[in-house]
Design a protein around this ligand. Structure first.
Ligand SMILES: [Zn+2]
Length: 424
């Protein structure tokens, strides 16, 4: 399939970008791309590619921008139950940590998730994934962390792998048994930390090798926060994970600064996420670190917290410091925040952070969490959106003879399907 005559083709060529360099989109005016199977195998100007592939089936993208799908690097996609009642508690002035200490918060989702089957978890997660896909997110990191016991965490992991194999949203899983101290360990949190390090992580590694079909090891993540895991407990978990070869991530500085960002950088974490209470010194360090800084503006918005990540300071540190981008942080506390760029996106102060809507998107699409995707779109799997006025998703289906059928489905800002452009 040759998609041609795009007003602009965003290639995002040139590898990961940092700080002030964000926003170089590698644009080809009047661009075209050739898809074979599930891969983009050639890109260039429409004139060149139309001449080079005269017999390829064609799809005219006239008047559209063609670009890679968005990558959401931080989601809690798999869970059962909901926490709608907590929104009322928050409106009454209760804080996130007060709700957690009262047995609500993450722990209420844990109760529902523990009793859910893999099939149920997949079904719930697939609905959320569909909303994300409709708004242009085509790849997402997704965490366990609502089981807080081995079998239940494992069911979440299985659900994530199954969700990925369903097609649609591409999933990169993270093991987050250290999301909260489970109720049964409330008086002995160190014993739970021990269990994660001694039993769960080695078991996960064994299980992964036999069940994950040669995928790279998942990330291991910790929620380092007062009321969750202390700095030393977080270090113990991350060091154990690192010794087993797992790549690392951390929830750092969301409500209080415990020193998690610095510790995670020292351990070579792939990312530090949240970064609301991060100190100026740590921001400077981010500027020279390969660790990715992830801002999650939907979280303070959803929790009615007043402070956001000092994103501009992170971008400004050292001139070209760190890769930085926005993520959804979908989890059970609030609605699916797939719509970062619609009307709700504007509510989320995204426009304070960005000089252009694409500024944050260059790195997620080219680098971020998916080492197999390097700087050029040729290595992207075929996920594309057309963000002119609204969003479009390229879908590919196959008939019995494995013939690919491509269609663009274009959605309005509220997620309504506006039109479908079919091509065989
Ligand atoms: Zn999170």
């Amino acid at each position: 399939m040759l998609i041609h005559s795009a007003r602009q083709l965003l290639t995002l060529a040139g590898g990961p970008q940092r700080g002030q360099a964000l926003g170089n989109l590698g644009i080809i005016e009047d661009g075209a791309l050739l898809i074979q199977g599930e891969q983009i195998v050639d890109i260039g100007t429409s004139a060149d590619l139309l001449a080079k592939y005269p017999t390829e089936p064609r799809l005219d993208a006239r008047g559209k921008v063609v670009m890679p799908g968005f990558v959401d690097p931080h989601t809690h996609l798999v869970f059962a139950g909901d926490r709608a009642v907590e929104f009322e508690m928050r409106l009454q002035g209760k804080t996130y940590l007060e709700i957690l200490q009262a047995g609500g918060g993450i722990l209420s989702t844990v109760r529902a998730t523990r009793s859910a089957s893999v099939e149920t978890l997949v079904a719930f997660a697939a609905e959320r994934a569909e909303v994300m896909l409709r708004h242009g997110t085509t790849t997402a990191e997704a965490k366990t962390g609502y089981g807080l016991e081995w079998q239940s965490e494992l069911r979440q992991m299985e659900a994530l792998i199954r969700l990925d194999t369903l097609g649609g949203l591409e999933i990169h899983p993270t093991f987050l048994a250290a999301h909260a101290i489970p109720e049964e360990y409330r008086d002995s949190p160190n014993a739970y930390v021990e269990q994660i390090c001694r039993d769960m992580l080695p078991e996960l590694r064994r299980w992964w090798i036999h069940h994950a079909d040669a995928r790279p090891l998942p990330f291991v993540d910790v929620f380092c926060e007062r009321g969750a895991f202390s700095l030393s407990q977080s270090r113990q978990i991350l060091e154990s994970a690192r010794a087993l070869g797992f790549p690392l991530k951390i929830h750092a500085d969301e409500f209080e600064n415990l020193g998690a960002a610095g510790m995670a950088m020292e351990l070579g974490a792939v990312s530090v996420d949240h970064l609301v209470k991060t100190s100026p010194e740590e921001i400077e360090r981010l500027g020279t670190s390969p660790t990715v800084a992830v801002s999650l503006p939907c979280t303070p918005f959803g929790l009615a917290e007043p402070e956001y990540t000092p994103a501009r300071a992170i971008l400004a540190a050292n001139g070209i410091p760190n890769v930085y981008f926005l993520a959804g942080d979908i989890h059970s506390a609030h609605a699916v925040h797939a719509d970062l760029y619609g009307p709700n996106g504007r509510d989320l102060r995204i426009w304070e952070f960005c000089s252009s809507p694409f500024e944050q998107q260059t790195n997620p699409a080219t680098w971020t969490y998916i080492p197999v995707f390097s700087g050029a779109i040729k290595r992207q799997k075929m996920h594309w959106v057309l963000p002119q006025y609204n969003y479009g998703v390229v879908r590919v289906t196959y008939d019995a003879s494995a013939q690919a059928h491509v269609c663009f489905e274009v959605y309005g800002e509220n997620g309504d399907l506006l039109k479908t452009i079919q091509a065989a």
